[in-house]
Ligand binder design. Sequence first.
Ligand code: SF4
Length: 104
Amino acid sequence: MKNFVCKRCGSCCHSPRLYKKDIERIKNLGYKEEDFIYRDNLNNTYTKDKKGWCIFLERGKKAKCKIYTARPRICRQYPSQLLNKSCKPEELAFDRYLENKNLL
Ligand code: SF4
């Protein structure tokens, strides 16, 4: 998103959906599928979770993505829109709800 500056809080790093090209990029870094892929009962793929966070997230004062150059498409596109200057996932959903209800 234009003009968005990530503060590296890590709030948005909750096991993103993985698409075929994402999986290939991550495998090209040397990871094996069984090390990082979680499949739901519909066979949708996500990064595995580590205590509620994406397995590739290194938490700390400044969060760090271990696979930043090969991060999934959804991570590259996030946030797709910011209506109230917050990039926290729960607030984006709230914005979208308000927008759909024409309350913004
Ligand atoms: S792949 Fe990287 S940027 Fe995407 S959720 Fe995981 S830690 Fe965050």
